[in-house]
Design a protein around this ligand. Sequence first.
Ligand code: FHN
Length: 470
Amino acid sequence: MKLFFLRPWHVLLGSLACSIFICSSCLLSQDKHPVPSVQDTETQAQRDARMGWWRDARYGMFIHWGLYAVPAGTWNGKPTSGAGEWIMHDEKIPVADYQQLPQQFNPTEFDAHAWVSLAKAAGMKYIVITAKHHEGFAMFDSKANAFNIVSSTPFKRDPLRELAIECQKQGIKLGFYYSQDQDWTAPGGAAFDGHWDKAQDGDFAAYLHTKAIPQLKELLTNYEPYPAIIWFDTPTEDMTPQLASEIVSVLNQHPNLIWNNRLGGGYQGDTETPEQQIPPQGFPGKDWETCMTINDTWGFKANDTSFKSTETLLRNLIDIASKGGNYLLNVGPDAHGVIPSAEADRLRAIGKWLDTNGEAIYGSGPTAFGDEDGSYSQTEKDRDGKPLWVPRWDWRSTTKPGKIYIHIFKWPSEPFHLEKVPGQISKVYLLADPKHKPLKFTQNGSALNVSLPKQPLDPLATVLVLQKKH
Ligand code: FHN
């Protein structure tokens, strides 16, 4: 069996080295789909209406939470090197042993109100949580399979239901990640590099029919008005066009649903999903979302403290928005149900910036200045052996009708000079200035010079607004 993706530690090793998810959807054309998906048949206007809220959102919370939070990156006293949620695979833990973990999983500090409030305070507009990751453990009340949080833990509660209620109260969209293909505890579920326990052997189609599809139906019907998103992952060759089409028939019954490009079987889905990287020029004309860890793991690892700085995370959000994409930033709650404070603190700091500057992010369009500013390294190579693209981190731009936003990272010496400004500018001001006091500027054709104050209003990023003449 072959997987169409790279392993998490290809991503995690080597700072921001990239793992590009290579979607099997590239291999087949849409007209070969045994069952056409909503995406194949809808008009552009229907698609725009369906994707509208998601495009405006720009920023969401990914939550990887499952049984792997119990070992938290240590097995038999030994720290593991891979991502936390891959511990069963990496340590070749027998199914019977792994199935003992639910007895130790009692996350009594889980508080849906606190999690959703954190997402809101962070300025995030949607949440995508792992309903079932590759370990095969359902984090919801499933009648289809007893290996789930309600039936097999002392906790007995359904966190997805509690989150759905809370998300509705607080007006935030909720989506479910579902590992449809890899399932290491279900007979027949795929596993990267093959099975390590006889208990995993079985028929993939039978696994889909008895577990994955019934559970997807549960997720799609038991949490209304959610899920707004189904986030698939790691398709293998086992997911034939025929089998994928059975899933698509189910998805098609929920025509407002958004689902990503990782189902397999040749389906494109709605969104491109670069992982742990920001493509230099985005995906022009496509909906796309970079998913990324805050530290080096998706699922909680007690020893992983290599957290990205608030500055890096905020720059990533702005950079992604400037290329027309969304940022799905991951948190990994622990086995008590708590989102680590190092993660929460960073999210709140970004939320504070968004409180003032959100206008330049939410519902914004990509840069008005063409390709990202940067240059190819003379010495360093990217993963394809080509010269590494080194972006310049001076500023980024987003747009709205009648406005150009310049997010300045590196505060310039006066005057701030811009080339290739489209249109006539009538007013220039700083978004964080409550009075929006006009700044002095001169425009000569498409060249603009702006007199800025000596200091930035926010050292993380200060947004300059160029208002266009009507
Ligand atoms: O194997 C998973 C990994 O654990 C994590 O869920 C990420 C998130 O995009 N997806 C897979 C790797 O591509």
